[in-house]
Every structure is written in structure tokens, then in C-alpha cells.
Design a protein around this ligand. Sequence first.
Ligand code: ADP
Length: 911
Amino acid sequence: MDQHARLKAAHPDCVMLFRIGDFYETFHDDAKIVAEALGLTLTKRKDGVPLAGIPHHQREPYLRRLSDRGFRVAVADQIEDAAQAKGVVQRAVTRVVTPGTLVDDALMAAEHRSVLAAVALDHTRPERVGSALIEPATGAFEVFEASRDDARDELARTRPSELLFATADLDQRPAPMIETLTMGLDAALTPRAVWTFRDAQAERALCETFGVASLDAYGLGEAGAARQAAGAAVLYLHETQPSLDEGGPTLAGRSSLQPPARIDATGVLDATSLRALEVERTMRSGALEGSLLGGFLRPGSAGGATGQPALCRTAMGKRRLRDWLRRPLTDAASVRARQARVATLVEDERLADELTASLDGVRDLSRIAGRLSANRATPRDLVALAESVSSSQQVAALICPVASLASIAAALGTAAEALKDLGDAIREAVEADPPGHLRQGGVFRDGIDAELDEARGLRRDAGDWLTKYQDQLSQTHQLPPLKVGYNKGFGYYLELTAVQAREHASGIDASGLQRQQTLKNAERYTTAELRDFDHKVSTAEARAIEREESLFSDLCASSSKFLQAMRSLSEAAAKLADTAALAGKARLAGWIRQDFDDVPVRDIEEVRHPVLDEALGHRFVPNSLVLAGPEVDEHAHVALITGPNMAGKSTFIRQTALLALLAQVGSYLPATRARIGVCDRSCTRVGADDALHQGRSTFMVEMTETASILHQSTERSLVVLAEIGRGTSTLDGLSLAWAIAEHLSRSGGPRTLFATHYHELTELADTHDGRLRNLHVAVREFTPEPTAEVPSPTTELVFVHRILPGRADQSYGVHVAELAGVPAAVTRRAREVLGSLAVEQRGQNASRVPAASPELRSVEAQLPLFREFVPHPVVDRLRDVKLDALSPLEAFDLLRALKGEVDSQPHAESS
Ligand code: ADP
């Protein structure tokens, strides 16, 4: 318990699994937590200490469940052989399982990258942030320095599982800056002491880890936020996964990391667009199903009907595909090249099928490489490696003659060639289906190592020796045939039935058989010779296993010389798997290849929403969009889409952004024709994004987002906005939406789709030189024939989801409320209020509007903008007055009273 207390004190924020014999025990509060979280029985030691334990061989699934529940878990193992220990067996924490430092396949889904991030703020340049991103399972290590906005977007694209930040007080909430950076990220935020981020400390940690004297080669030669973040991340890894093999924790044991690579943190999709477009998870439930990625990984699942084979079957391919969708290409040449590769596989279905089948044989080499470099590889990893090499050779041969795939074939071929001898050596030495663990023995084949053969020979020949020995004993002493058996406690024994033992008592005495165990119906014996033999055999077994361990470690060491080749092979195979996945999708869903253009989205025909289309099937109504070209004005780059709620505005603008994204990924598209080019940024703001609202008003979030779009978008950007100005009063909202639409419509502004239910905005089209066009979503009003029961039926609204040129003239809000089941009394009253407001509007003029700023004045002049006023109480009173019942004097008194009321309530006027 002292030992436990000592280890626990060093890891106070962790649940500690403490190895005792065949169990991992937990004590005190840990026991309560674990029992509750894992549904185990909570017991008590004699001294009253709460206790809960798990069998050691079930550690991984339990670890996974604890880590999924958000616990940090420290695993304390016995680090010396219990048989040889003097006193209490020595224990040490051999790993700390945290969300960002998972390396075991058992602990994480194959298709997910578990990434550890660290962020450091640059105190000399407050707008800059440095960050390090490490994927412990493969050793990939990236660093960047960027503006806060770019850093936030890059983190959203990477989606780390855990994020480290420096704090002076570990118990405090993260600084607001860190909260902003990580908003909506879903990462476990791990506070770390400030010193772990210090520059000198970082430099030392990195130099030691990579065995270099200077970090210049990695672009980290200068002090700075990126270097600090990198150092902090490495230190943390070192703490959570100490490498004890070298006789004590050392940083040099971290060679499993690849050298840090500087990356550019600018991308096409920002954090909000990733969410709004539901690229890898849905906005509402956060599920993969129903997202764009989900449609590739599990086709057919959007509509609930699964059963289609996965389009991308390899784990590496799945991780890469996620990256492809999150990070569309930015130069047209690369997009064209990828598109051509996809086309090849769309056109040649047989090739695609054969390719997919062979790729199944290429296993997760990036993770195998990661495990090899971290000394965690298993015999099965080596076999998988060998298998992958031969499968890659097949793949390379298959695609070599295909021009568009030649460069991948070459990369794959080169890597496979480099690994060929290693693969052969593994196949020659290791059994095809080895046990999962070396301790079980039987990993290596016979005939590859004389020492191993000899040790094994003894055991194998044991059977013959025993038969001979047993015959000889029986014959010499006239005993009945002796049965030979083996049990763990006693080793080999000879057995006679109780009856035989009684009948041959004298022969037994003479033979030198010594009684070892008496059972109900049998007697068991041993002899000095048999004990000798037993000892030889059992040490031979241990010797064989020891020998296997040494052979295995040699083989791992030679494999570790080829990590780079494994990584390139893995990279090329993932690329192919994803090309095949895009092609598979295109074929399955009947997508088309687009014509590349020089502007982002020129015209697209009969476009379907890639996910909704799958869910709704033939009920989905495709729509077209011409944003530029001879049919419309030369300069047109903004489409203003009006229409009632629920008509399909968001769907339409989202699907356009998704189409542009898919085009830029190199995919085929759900349309009948498309001309789309590369955009530098794609900014989509559609739908309430609750993830962003933590502690801020919807309106504030919306305006912050809008500000970033207005600042950053260029002529080459695609901006997709819905319902700007929702979060404030109608008047404010409309004014802002107006001004924003106007700003986006300036010449040189971005390609924009602007959906709004403020149909007043449609008048912008009259004054913006054709740069802004009106589109609307058609709805049909339908009034059923009157019947005897329903003499005056209400008009119903039918959504036809068709986008047409021109403007919408009504909002139909009350209709939609009816559809949503708002009680009839309420919608009836809403109609009355609407009617009275409409009456009032007719009497309005702009002079009632408070003096406007110069910018607003131009807006005012263009349309009767400020229409929807809350009725003044005086108006209500006037409405109720029965003029015929008033005498002239009463009328005058009333007039005076009303005037007085108006004068005393100026606020009502400005509302
Ligand atoms: P809005 O943004 O105008 O309020 P949405 O785009 O959210 O409307 O669409 C409302 C619903 O209408 C969607 O959930 C979808 O079920 C349906 N819908 C939208 N567009 C289409 C379409 N093109 N074809 C079929 N159904 C559609």
C-alpha cells in the first residue's frame, strides 16, 4: 500500500490500475469510480479500504471503457520477476492512458486518428499562436504557427482528442483565449504547468528526443510558440508513456516520433464551415451517419438502409479520406490529376474491383510502423507486414500500365521493392498464423534456428521417451500398462487405477515408483528419472520461448530499418483506396465528372444534396444554379435566395457548397452538369451552431463569424450564408443583412449565395449592376374545395423545393407555424396581428424613422425598409373608438388625451 500511495501521489489526476498477480486492483476512491464506471463489484479489504479489481488479461477493453468515459488512467505494472523479487515486487507506472496518447489498436477505432495537440500563445505577438500535433500511433508530428483564426480552423480540421495548454493554476478554467481556440472542438483540455512550455525546456526536450544538437533542420531553430508547443507535447508523451526499457525513463526512447514537419495552417474550409456542411459529423447529433464522410464510409446508411459494402475498406484509407474531405486541394492541377485517377476507376469497373480486392491485403502499415518504432509490435504485425508487401506488389503490377495511376504505382512499387527481402525473411521465419503473444510460443517455424529446434526437439520427443519408459517399467516389474499424464502442479506422472494399485502393490514397491497423489479411483506416481526428465523438458520450453523472444527482437530490429518505406507504402495504398472509394461512390450514385472552370461555381445543373438525396431517394428535387455566364449578367456573383422557411433554401445553398467542396476534392458530383473551379476559401454559415454558443449570444457569434468572412473572402472565395441577422430585432437584422449583402455584391466580391426570408432585400437587384440576382424557392398555395363540413377551408402551403429566378413576395411564416402544429388559436391571432400590421404599414413613411447614419440613409432611400412596427397603444385605442357615439366635446377631450399619451411615450415611436 505504501508503494501504491507513492505511485498515486505522482499521478494524482489519474485512476490507478495497480497490478497484483493476475489482477489490476484499484483502491480507495479509484475503486469506487471503477466499480461504478465498469459495473464491477466493490469490495473491502480487511482493513476497510475499498477495492475493485479486473483480471489482467481483460485490461484493454476496460481501459478503453474508462478512457471513453473521459478518465485518465495510470497503469502500474510489476517491473521485476515476482519469483526473483526480494521483498515487495517493484512496480512502476508503465503508461498513462489519456484521450490524446492512445497507441493500442484495442483502444481506438482504426478509422480515427487520435491526435494530441499542444498550443502555445506567442507573448511577443499576441495575435499569433503556435501549435504541435502528434499522432502517437503512427508517430506523425506536425507543427505550425498561425493567426488565432487560422489556428482555430486548423485545429478544427485536425480535431485532436486532447489539447495541452499552459496555465499558472491547474485548477482554473482555461484562459478565454484557449476557450475561443478550442470552441466546438470536443477535445479533452489538459492544463499543464507553465514550465513545460518554456522555450529552453522545449529545445532541450526536442534535441534529446531526436538526438540532434540543433533544431534548424526542422524549422524550429528559433525560439517561438511552435517550438514551445512541440516541446510541451513531447514532454507529455514522455510522461504518459515512459520508456522504461532502457533502465529508466529517458527522452531518447522517444525515437518512435517522426521528426516534426512544419505545416501551413491555411485551408479552404474553416471550423464553422466544416460543421455547417456536416463534412464528418452531423450538426445536431454529431454522428458520422448522415455526414458527407458517412456517405463514403457507409453508403446507404443515410436512409437507414445499410447493407452496401463499404466503399473504403482499409483503415488507412478511411483516415486519409477524412483528411481529403477536410482539406480540399487548392491548386487546379492537383484536382485535375486526382479527378483523372478517379475517372479511370469509374470507367474500368473490373480494374476497380480487382484493385479493391488486392488492397484488402495491404494492412495498416503506418500503425505497424508506429508500433515497431515504439517496441510494441506483435508477431501478427510482422506477418501483416509481409502480407502487405506481397499484396502491394500485386497492386503495383495491376495499376502499372494505367497512365493516370502510374505515379502511385511507382511509389507503391518502390516501397514494396525496398521491403521485399524483409517480407520474404518474415514469411520464411514466422508461422502464417502466429499466436497473438510471444509468451505462448510457436511464433517461429521449425528449421530456421538450430538452438530453437533443439529446445523444441526435447519437448516433441518427450512423447516417444515417455512411451518407451512406461513400457520398460511395466515389463521389468510385471505391472499393468501405466498411463502417463501431465498436470501443472506436479508435472509428469504415471497412473494406475486404484484396483490395479492394490493388486500390484509388491511390484510397485520394487519398481521404485513413489506415490505422488491419491485420487478417488486412481493412484499417481513419479520416479527420480521422471522428475529429471520433467525438469529438462520444462526448461527446454522456457529456453525455446526465450530463444523465440530473441529471434523476434532481431526481426523487429531489422524491420525498424524500413519504417520510411512502410510509411510511403501505406501512404500510396491509402491514396489508391480513396481513389477507389470516390470512384465507387460515383458509380453507385450515378455522379458525373465536372468540367473544370476558372471561377468557383459557374453553373451547375440538376444538383442533388449528396446526403439528403440518399436519404430521400426519388423524393429529392434537384435544382440548378447559374451564377455567371452568358445567360446572366457578366458580373453576376451573388445569388439572393428568398422563400418561406422550410422551402428548401438552406438545403439548396448547402448542396451548392458541398458540390464545390467535392469538386475540389477531385470527386465526381451529384449533378447532371457542373462547371466549378478551385476556391481559396469556402465559408458556409447555415443553421444554428450550438457548439459555438458556449457563453456567447447567438447574435454575437453570428456577427463574429460574418466579420471574419467579410475580412477574409476574396474574388476566389465561395460564401454561403443563411438568415443573417436572425439574432437581433427585425429592424437591426434587416439593416445588417442589407448592408452585408450589399458589401458582398461589390465588384470584386466573393461568389455568394445568400438565403434570407427578408424579401425586402430582393430590391438590391435593381441597384447593383446585375452583380446580384434574385432567386426564390417556389411554393404553391392550395385551397381545398369547400365542403359541407368545412365551408371555408384554409389555404394550405405546398413546398415544391424548386429554385426559380425572381423574388419571393411573402414569408408564409404563419403557414409554417401551422404546419409545425402551433395551436390554431395562436396562428389565428397571428393572422389578425399580421393584418393589423399590414394596415399600419400603409400609413408609414420614412420620416418616422430616427435619423440614420449616412450609410443607412442610402438604404432608406431605396425602399420602405422599416415596416414592421409594434403597434402604438394609441393606435389600439383609436381603433376601438366609436365615432358616432362621441359628442364633439368628447372627441376633443379624447384627442387631447391621445396626444398627451403620445408625447409621454416617445419610446413607443422608436420601437
Ligand atoms: P429553409 O432553409 O428554406 O427553411 P430547408 O432547406 O431547411 O428549408 O429545408 C426544409 C426541409 O425540406 C428539409 O429538411 C428537407 O427535408 C426538405 N427539402 C429541402 N430541399 C429539398 C429538395 N430539393 N427536395 C426534397 N426535399 C427537400
